[in-house]
Design a protein around this ligand. Structure first.
Ligand code: FMN
Length: 195
């Protein structure tokens, strides 16, 4: 049975298009085991001077970083346990939501999810693939280097070893209600059709 880790990142709740796309995939795969991590309702804290040492290769002993380390261990365990990462990707100022970036800041841990070798970095999350459910107001060409959300997310996933990444996009959502409805319908159908 496929184990799916769902990462919801939208700040728009019920109205969220990326969440609708995620829901379409889950509805089409009712037999999957699903773990949900809603980074809007329960965000991973930003890395600060108070937490930085806790997320490194080896956290210092003692209580100061215990909570940070426990959260990081939990997030990483969810990734290793998943066959599929199903990630909501609203486009925010041409990039991924900062909630998702914070999640990556915790999950990319040297010696655990990646390691440095004589040939450069090697991702250690094997046998996990990802689907990005992207939503955005404008229309763009993701192969042109701008905007950065897909390229950045793919780079971070690849860095930890997740190289099989499928992207489904609902775009042009600000181009009027009819265009938006058509874009959501197309992308929802595309999500439901994915293996
Ligand atoms: C803070 C913020 C920044 C945004 N920046 C962009 C942007 O750079 N380009 C774009 O096309 N849409 C942008 N949007 C629009 C969202 O991508 C769009 O509303 C999308 O549907 C959000 O995903 P959601 O429906 O899952 O919440 C932005 C929205 C917000 C709230």
């Amino acid at each position: 049975m496929t184990k799916i880790l769902v990462l919801r990142t939208a700040a728009t709740g019920e109205a969220s298009v990326s969440n609708k796309l995620i829901d379409a995939y889950l509805a089409a795969h009712p037999d999957a085991t699903v773990v949900e991590r809603d980074l809007d309702k329960n965000p991973v804290p930003h890395v600060t001077s108070a937490s930085l040492a806790g997320i490194g290769r080896q956290a210092p002993e003692g209580a100061d970083f215990a909570a940070t380390r426990a959260l990081q261990d939990e997030l990483i365990a969810e990734v290793f346990d998943a066959d599929l990462l199903l990630i909501g990707l609203p486009l925010y100022n041409f990039g991924m939501p900062s909630t998702l970036k914070s999640w990556f800041d915790y999950v990319a841990r040297a010696g655990t999810t990646f390691q440095y070798t004589a040939n450069g970095p090697e991702g250690l999350v094997k046998n996990t693939r990802a689907i990005l459910a992207q939503a955005r107001a404008g229309k763009y060409d993701d192969t042109a280097g701008f905007p950065f959300a897909v390229a950045h997310t793919k780079a971070l996933l690849g860095f930890v070893g997740v190289t099989d990444v499928t992207v489904i996009t609902a775009e042009g959502l600000a181009f009027g209600p009819e265009a938006a409805a058509a874009a959501v319908a197309d992308a929802t159908a595309a999500m439901a059709a994915l293996a």
